[in-house]
Design a protein around this ligand. Structure first.
Ligand code: C2E
Ligand code: MG
Ligand code: MG
Ligand code: MG
Length: 284
């Protein structure tokens, strides 16, 4: 009977929703202590240039190992941190940690690389962000060109005038900027031209089937051409196979990032990976 079925599915839906919001609440609570308790750490995924087959950088990705909840993915806990305000403190911790790591790598004689940090909208919208990041760079003694900040199209397009100004100020301090997940949001091309960005990150949804899907091939080609015509470079995310790599190389993509090359690595392993690739002796 239709009515009964309807009621049943309604009940099921609310039960699932209740469970979901209970988890969100509990995770949000656990996240409050996570930072002080040292449950957060960063992993670094190498980025390889297709022009000279060398490692040019890394993306820093946040990890949370909760004693209670196990490994929680940033795809789940970042939105929670954004909604309860914890993202500001967490984001600051990420920036400080990355800069301390960069300083340590420079001191250890690792070739200079650029580390990309994901920014959340809340951070990007803070008026004093450029000044704040500039101060952190100075305190850490790290050249600004070693830091790249990843924004999304939504962050850039919500208030394009303010975003353009924020980007200009970051750029004036020598900090590099990229647009993450490019092609999944919407960008006004006239604004893109006015943004002080260096790189477009081709979203992994276009990379997955690039070997066989003509539409994805067309999209990747269009993004690369658009970027190059504006003097920007491109990096493809989520590259898992040699076929995808060959396809992207053929289309003129500048850099790749993905499991094919390396998974995100803890700092010590990342360092070893870089040294091995550079042919430099691995320190004992
Ligand atoms: P994102 O910035 O687009 O990061 C790329 C995601 O793709 C990462 O997921 C990475 O581990 C994953 N990935 C890399 N290579 C491959 C591959 O070959 N195949 C597949 N299937 N996946 C690959 P992750 O680490 O789970 O991060 C998810 C999202 O969480 C990130 O997406 C980013 O938006 C956010 N996030 C991560 N760390 C931070 C952070 O420190 N701050 C902020 N605000 N957001 C972060
Ligand atoms: Mg990213
Ligand atoms: Mg991405
Ligand atoms: Mg993303």
């Amino acid at each position: 009977r239709v009515k009964e079925d309807g009621r049943n599915s309604y009940c099921f839906f609310t039960a699932a929703m209740q469970e979901r919001s209970a988890r969100i609440l509990a995770l949000g609570h656990a996240l409050k202590q996570a930072q002080q308790r040292g449950e957060l750490h960063l992993v670094y995924q190498p980025q390889m240039s297709l022009t000279n087959d060398s490692i040019v950088g890394a993306e820093a990705l946040l990890r949370w190992n909760s004693p209670q909840w196990g490994a929680v993915s940033p795809g789940e806990f970042i939105p929670i941190a954004e909604s309860n305000g914890l993202i500001v403190g967490i984001g600051e911790w990420v920036l400080r940690s990355v800069l301390a790591q960069l300083r340590a790598w420079l001191d250890q004689g690792l070739p200079p690389i650029t580390v990309a940090v994901n920014l959340s909208a809340v951070q990007f919208n803070q008026p004093d962000l450029p000044e704040f990041v500039g101060r952190l760079l100075e305190e850490a003694g790290v050249p600004p060109s070693c830091l790249e900040l990843e924004l999304t199209e939504a962050m850039a397009m919500k208030n394009p005038e303010a975003a353009a100004q924020q980007m200009r100020e970051l750029n004036q301090r020598g900090i590099r900027l990229s647009i993450d997940d490019f092609g999944t949001g919407y960008s006004s091309l006239s604004y893109l031209k006015r943004f002080c960005i260096h790189k477009l990150k081709i979203d992994q949804s276009f990379v997955r089937d690039i070997g066989s899907d003509a539409d994805d091939q067309a999209i990747a080609t269009a993004i690369v051409q658009l970027a190059h015509s504006m003097g920007l470079s491109t990096i493809a995310e989520g590259v898992e196979t040699a076929e995808q790599l060959a396809c992207l190389r053929y289309r003129g993509c500048d850099e790749i990032q993905g499991y094919y090359f390396s998974r995100p690595l803890p700092p010590a392993q990342f360092e070893q990976f870089v040294r091995a690739r550079m042919g430099a002796p691995v320190q004992a």
